[in-house]
Design a protein around this ligand. Structure first.
Ligand SMILES: Nc1ncnc2c1ncn2[C@@H]1O[C@H](COP(=O)(O)OP(=O)(O)O)[C@@H](O)[C@H]1O
Ligand SMILES: Cc1ncsc1CCOP(=O)(O)O
Ligand SMILES: [Mg+2]
Length: 281
């Protein structure tokens, strides 16, 4: 009953209609999204983008960036399996994206796990990402610019623990900051919006976080002037796909498959009845 009330309010706010409009734009425009990502996530990330209707390209060589990056509608940079030889290409691509006024999205995987990784993430933040999406521990580490107690790529905090960290990171960087978790939190440093869709089993599939970051890049590609709204919409749509997938899944492996199928098959009615987004401030 309480859940129905929250959904009713979300519907009245126009969020479901916006999420559906942006998903439809991705399906019709099929934006080219360049992804420089970790070796674990490449497959799920590319398939997430394809099932949403976007066109992924996992192109990471610095030799190709000057020719290729200007053609992409958005860039996704993910430091999950970072090494010193990949970092220059990430920075170069970010510079090309910024110079050509294309949105780019940073996923600071395990930012607080090592000094090398934290420094690299802070340097990437200096290159003005449009959106930063991490889990709560990553956003707290990046916001404080300090190493923390780490579970590596997984979070040891709830997303709601990271609201202040996310706001201050957004204010300091100029980026929209998204913290994923049971409730996904999105802020521009002033407004705070919560996206409530998703199922806990999504945490049991590696690279769901990476994949939703790439999906954010696709949503921002089709609405670059409203990056906060596009980010919230992407997180909600991915969460709804998880909910629909969970109705058919027996565990993480089948959820992985059904999530992708559900994202591909989402329709207006499902998006309007399930998307649940609320303003926190
Ligand atoms: N407890 C949860 N309930 C519902 N959805 C969740 C939960 N935890 C994570 N998710 C969803 O799973 C996806 C990955 O988020 P998360 O696990 O926080 O990222 P990461 O893999 O980077 O740590 C997001 O779409 C998020 O909304
Ligand atoms: C397990 C692992 N190790 C390095 S990157 C990576 C994937 C992390 O994916 P996600 O952040 O989406 O859980
Ligand atoms: Mg992650």
């Amino acid at each position: 009953m309480e859940e129905d009330k929250v959904r009713g309010k979300a519907e009245a706010s126009g969020w479901p209609a916006r999420a559906w409009r942006l998903l439809s734009a991705i399906r019709s425009e099929s934006p080219l999204i360049q992804c420089i990502t970790n070796m674990v996530s490449m497959d799920l990330m590319a398939n997430t983008l394809l099932s949403a209707g976007a066109s992924p390209a996992m192109i990471h060589s610095a030799d190709e960036i000057p020719d290729f990056t200007p053609h992409a509608r958005a860039l996704c940079v993910n430091v999950g399996t970072l090494s010193a030889d990949w970092l220059p290409a990430m920075k170069l691509a970010a510079q090309f994206a910024s110079q050509s006024a294309k949105p780019w999205v940073l996923d600071p995987v395990a930012a607080g796990a090592s000094g090398f990784r934290l420094k690299a993430c802070l340097e990437l933040v200096e290159l003005k990402p449009t959106v930063i999406r991490g889990n709560a521990s990553e956003v707290i580490a990046l916001s404080k610019a300090s190493l923390g107690p780490t579970k590596g790529v997984d979070s040891s905090h709830e997303s709601t623990d990271a609201v202040e960290a996310a706001k201050s990171l957004a204010q300091a960087s100029g980026a929209i900051v998204a913290v994923s978790g049971a409730v996904d939190i999105v802020t521009d440093g002033e407004r705070v919006v919560g996206a409530h869709n998703g199922v806990p089993m999504m945490q049991r599939i590696t690279a769901t976080g990476c994949s939703v970051t790439a999906l954010i890049a696709a949503f921002v590609a089709v609405d670059p002037l409203h990056a906060l709204e596009a980010t919230v919409s992407a997180l909600s749509i991915f969460g709804v796909a998880g909910e629909m997938g969970m109705n058919l899944a027996k565990g993480p492996a089948s959820l992985r498959m059904h999530l992708i199928d559900s994202l591909y098959g989402l329709d207006d009615a499902v998006v309007h009845s399930r998307v649940t987004i609320t303003s926190f401030s």
